[in-house]
Design a protein. Structure first.
Length: 460
């Protein structure tokens, strides 16, 4: 072990680890040593006492984590963080009315100040829920990048665009991705972010794929969000949304597909045989709210080697940014839709929440596991409350009994962002006050504008 000063020592915890077959296991009474933002060692058993004593001699911070479980920080693989400002404004509506009558008219009012305030509140919510990294797909993303840098989170950011914006939308998305790639001391990665095949035409998608290959950028977009979109695309164009991605070259890039509840069996070979790295993000709470008849086909995607990360979508549709809840719902809904209580198991759900979610955003080499050489994105979960006791099966307790409010400490790059439930980098009351002052202007719909039309039939 190095003689230089350790940034952080976590002692006495039970730690979630991944074995060489990527299975989840737990080790009790562990010590985690963090130095320069990187996990230096994870020790248990006979080596623990020596490592702990050596490290504590020069430790910056010590956390006694007895009674707590150390997990890799959760990743929200698809969200629209600033949309927390619209939480609850469009309830109990089908998706067409939700977009056309409420959300897209309101979003035509967005200012950079609105986006920054929404992102700041969203980051506070995610930090408190154990989310250390999020993949964001929205507008005015330089404002979001600034918030990420200030609050200490990790983020995968993309500036969304529609074909209705002309080539300037695509150009802005590229300029943002190149400008912010590697920002916030490397905590920001970027992607090109076309909205979806029904709002971005084939020419724009093909141009996006070419730019992605030229600049080494991934692509993050919505596709096959629901079965209606797949059916409409087939009826009008004879191809599914996934087949559109194949013929335009998007599947030849590293692509993160949001939702995919409309992925059909005929799409699976295209996803399996794609030359790019394909991942899907599932946000099940929103699918239940919109009464969609299908969910992300996690088992079928698993069988062809496609990682599925956990997500919340935006709080305007999901009402929360609680990835913990997404993990529980994913496990339950998969059991129900497959008719198999053995799928997803709690350990499989934890794998989706950790390593697969990191893989979905292209960061599996640096986060997603607690292991030497990984960035120190760690959360500590307190399992001493009545609703988590007794613990007969630790994985089941984490997935089906624990809540986001059981997260006590959130750490990113070795920096403690929340300790004992106290946020250290965001002043929530100030954000709420400023956001409240912005509400009348933001919610005004009397102008009759909208940023886009929701019409899955309209793609050429």
């Amino acid at each position: 072990m190095s003689d230089s000063r350790a940034d952080l020592i976590i002692t006495g915890c039970t730690v979630l680890l991944h074995d060489d077959q990527e299975r989840v296991e737990f080790e009790e009474n562990a010590t985690i040593v963090v130095r320069d933002g990187v996990i230096e060692s994870v020790t248990t058993g006979p080596a623990k006492a020596e490592a702990e004593a050596h490290a504590q001699a020069g430790a910056g911070q010590l956390i006694d984590a007895r009674g707590q479980v150390a997990l890799p920080g959760l990743v929200n693989c698809h969200t629209h963080a600033p949309m927390v400002a619209l939480r609850g404004v469009a309830e109990d509506l089908p998706i067409e009315e939700w977009f056309n009558d409420v959300v897209w008219p309101i979003e035509s009012n967005l200012t950079e100040e609105d986006v920054a305030l929404g992102a700041r509140l969203a980051c506070a919510e995610m930090i408190r829920g154990g989310v250390t990294c999020f993949a964001d797909h929205y507008f005015s993303m330089d404002a979001v990048a600034t918030v990420v840098e200030e609050c200490g989170m990790r983020a995968h950011l993309g500036e969304a665009f529609f074909s209705s914006q002309g080539p300037q939308g695509r150009e802005r998305s590229l300029e943002f991705a190149l400008r912010q790639r590697g920002a916030a001391d490397g905590r920001i990665t970027t992607a090109l972010a076309p909205h979806a095949p029904y709002t971005v035409d084939d020419a724009d998608l093909a141009a996006t794929a070419e730019l992605a290959r030229e600049h080494g950028l991934p692509v993050h977009l919505h596709a096959a969000e629901n079965r209606d979109q797949a059916d409409a695309s087939l009826a009008r164009h004879g191809v599914t949304p996934v087949e559109v991605l194949r013929r335009t070259g998007i599947l030849d890039t590293d692509v993160l597909i949001a939702h995919g509840t409309g992925i059909l069996d005929r799409d699976l070979p295209a996803l399996r045989d794609a030359s790019g790295r394909i991942a899907v993000a599932t946000a099940p709470r929103g699918y239940l709210k919109f009464a969609w008849p299908t969910t992300t086909p996690v088992r079928a995607l698993h069988d062809i080697g496609i990682p599925v990360g956990l997500a919340t979508d935006g709080a305007a549709s999901n009402n929360s940014l609680d990835v913990w809840e997404a993990m529980t719902l994913t496990a339950l809904i998969q059991k129900s839709t497959t008719g198999d209580p053995r799928w997803l198991t709690s350990r499989q759900a934890l794998h989706h929440a950790t390593l697969q979610s990191a893989r979905a955003v292209g960061l599996e080499e640096s986060i997603g596991a607690i292991a030497p050489g990984r960035r120190a994105d760690i959360i500590l979960v307190d399992l001493t409350a009545p609703h988590t006791q007794p613990v007969h099966d630790l994985a089941a307790t984490l997935v089906h009994s624990a809540r986001s409010s059981d997260v006590r400490t959130t750490i990113v790059d070795g920096r403690v962002l929340m300790r004992d439930r106290e946020l250290l980098t965001i002043d929530v009351p100030a954000v709420v006050r400023e956001l409240g002052e912005r509400m009348p202007a933001l919610l005004d719909r009397t102008h009759g504008r909208r940023i886009q039309e929701y019409d899955t039939q309209g793609r050429s």
